[in-house]
Design a protein around this ligand. Structure first.
Ligand code: HEM
Length: 141
């Protein structure tokens, strides 16, 4: 099962002015110039299961995966440029692929609400991906 990461630290910021940098480098001795130089290196997050998350980036400030991809600079600049050079359709395909990277618990039988089948309409997916019976009042719609 690919994890879609190298589990390494990479500086994907564009330099000192990049808003994604951390003001302080907590891995340095406090009070030293290196400490105050800040940090731009972050653990490359595994993309496997990314669609189970609700916000992205080490600061959690990106509400969409597209924003997170567009924030890549530094060591990941070429990847971001490659993404940007794709057609709008192909960019959407990459995002849709990322959205498919979900971890579902064993036994999950329904991953989408199927509008056309009354049998399947009775089972909807909760945020935790556990199936539950739909409120009967809603089944009329
Ligand atoms: C097409 C290629 C790539 C895609 C689609 C992609 C996508 C993403 C996404 C969606 C995130 C947010 C993950 C999260 O918040 O859980 C992320 C984070 C990250 N990516 Fe990439 N990435 C790509 C290439 C790269 C490359 C080439 C590198 C390194 C050289 C890299 C390094 C990182 C790092 C360090 C983070 C964590 C950033 C943080 O915590 O703020 N990525 N990536």
């Amino acid at each position: 099962m690919p994890a879609f990461t190298d589990f390494k630290l990479h500086d994907i910021t564009a330099g000192p002015q990049d808003p994604n940098r951390e003001m302080l480098d907590m891995n340095q001795k406090h009070g030293t110039p290196d400490f105050f130089a800040g940090n731009g290196k972050f653990l490359t997050r595994k993309l496997w299961g990314i669609a189970n998350q609700h916000s992205f980036g080490h600061h959690g400030m990106y509400t969409t995966m597209r924003e997170a991809v567009f924030s890549h600079a530094g060591e990941a600049l070429q990847s971001r440029k490659a993404f940007q050079s794709l057609s709008a359709y192909d960019q959407d395909c990459v995002i849709e692929f990322l959205k498919s990277l979900q971890i579902l618990p064993p036994g999950t039988s329904v991953t989408v609400i199927h509008e056309g089948s009354s049998r399947k309409r009775q089972r909807v997916r909760q945020e935790q991906f556990n199936n539950r019976t739909m409120n009967p009042a809603l089944q009329a719609f």
